[in-house]
Design a protein around this ligand. Structure first.
Ligand SMILES: [Zn+2]
Ligand SMILES: [Zn+2]
Length: 406
């Protein structure tokens, strides 16, 4: 029996064959103010003394900007929600100013000049993975996270990413209230249905979707990693349109083949998943008159314009009458980029601008280190920036800029 803890510790070391050196190893003391703040954050109480900027993370529940502005209008910013700790939260002066700024900007209609400036800056900077917009999908709870590099694919002469095209299609369906009539099909699924083999198609069963609820499908498909084509299925006239933005003499044949692939797809769903929706549709190929692509990069822009024409006219037959000359396409690209920025529901005060989440995606401690960009006010998980404690402590003493602001 030992009278001291030290004696028991020594016995433990000897019995486990540990080196005695570990007794001599200095224990790294945790910064007291930081741990105090950590507890404070957990309890929602204000810590004594000055707070460091890493622990001053807002802990209120993330809410989409539109809801937030509605709350602001109703003079109810300090709601009774138990998780809304904004008032008791240790918020730095900078955060306060930032929150104030965000509230002001969401309560007024976004200024076009401001949007122009924002877009100009984002297009000028080299590609980063910073989140610039989060767009709600047609299906509740799903969002498209648009990164800076993806937004930049809307610049003149760039080839659009699938994520950008798809997010704009979903946004258009939402704005036009077509959520329960037009199904925006994932472009990867469409690609598999049109060009995949049997096994690949079986994996894209869309078992939770009931096509009988919808009257049309709008989608697009990647051709050889260099080109986008538009796909439209109208259940009312049982027509499948596979539309090539570039001049093509095989549109009827392409659409006929697409119709056959979709007929087979719905039969597969009946055989493998017992789903009978749209299985009796006698789908056939169709052709729509449309303007033709005049450059080598704007197929994605034209696909969006085609989808918008279809959704705007729905349920009438679409009239595709947009211009495709260089100047007009450049203007359209800018308009679409602004649409992506304006449609955003990203809450940059409560979510990390790299993973778009409140909590970091990687496993780690329940209390997360955050750092705010001194230039743009975006917040980042230290974990997502792969910053260790030492680096974090170092940059805290300086004016820190995120990758978008460097
Ligand atoms: Zn993160
Ligand atoms: Zn920044």
């Amino acid at each position: 029996m030992y009278s001291s803890l030290q004696g028991r510790y020594r016995e433990h070391i000897i019995s486990n064959n540990f080196t005695e050196n570990i007794l001599l190893k200095p224990v790294k003391m945790k910064d007291i103010s930081q741990s105090e703040e950590g507890w404070a954050k957990r309890n929602g109480a204000k810590p004594s003394g000055p707070s460091s900027k890493f622990y001053s993370v807002p802990t209120k529940v993330p809410v989409p900007k539109r809801e937030k502005s509605a709350q602001t209008k109703g003079q109810n910013t300090s709601s009774n929600h138990p998780m809304n700790l904004k008032q008791s939260n240790p918020v730095t002066e900078k955060t306060k100013q930032h929150l104030l700024k965000a509230d002001q900007s969401t309560s007024t209609v976004p200024d076009n000049v401001e949007l122009d400036k924002q877009l100009c800056t984002l297009w000028k900077k080299k590609d980063t993975e910073v989140v610039v917009s989060v767009i709600p999908s047609q299906h509740r709870g799903n969002n498209f996270v648009i990164h800076h590099s993806e937004l930049r694919s809307l610049r003149p002469h760039q080839w659009l990413t699938g994520e950008i095209i798809e997010s704009i299609l979903h946004h258009t369906a939402n704005v036009l209230n077509l959520g329960s009539t037009v199904y925006v099909m994932n472009h990867y699924t469409t690609g598999v249905i049109l060009f995949g083999n049997r096994e690949e198609i079986q994996r894209q069963s869309l078992s939770k979707v009931n096509f009988d609820k919808y009257h049309a499908v709008v989608s697009f498909v990647n051709i050889g990693n260099v080109h986008w084509k538009f796909l439209y299925i109208n259940a009312a006239d049982s027509c499948v349109y596979l539309v090539d933005p570039a001049r093509s003499s095989t549109e009827q044949q392409d659409s006929d083949l697409a119709a056959k692939r979709f007929r087979d797809y719905f039969k597969m769903r009946r055989t493998c998943h017992n789903k009978t929706d749209w299985v009796d549709l006698k789908l056939k190929g169709g052709v729509i008159q449309h303007p033709v692509q005049r450059d080598g990069s704007s197929c994605g822009v034209i696909v969006i314009l085609m989808a918008k024409a279809v959704m705007n006219a729905y349920p009438d037959k679409p009239v595709m009458a947009f211009q495709t000359d260089t100047a007009e396409i450049a203007k359209k690209r800018e308009t679409l980029a602004k649409e992506v920025l304006e449609a955003s529901v990203f809450d940059m005060d409560n979510n990390c601008a790299l993973c778009a989440m409140a909590k970091p995606p990687l496993p780690g401690p329940s209390i997360t280190d955050w750092i705010q960009c001194d230039d743009c006010g975006r917040w980042f998980h230290a974990q997502c920036l792969q910053m260790d404690d030492a680096e974090l402590a170092h940059v805290s003493k300086e004016y820190w800029k995120c990758s978008l602001c460097i």
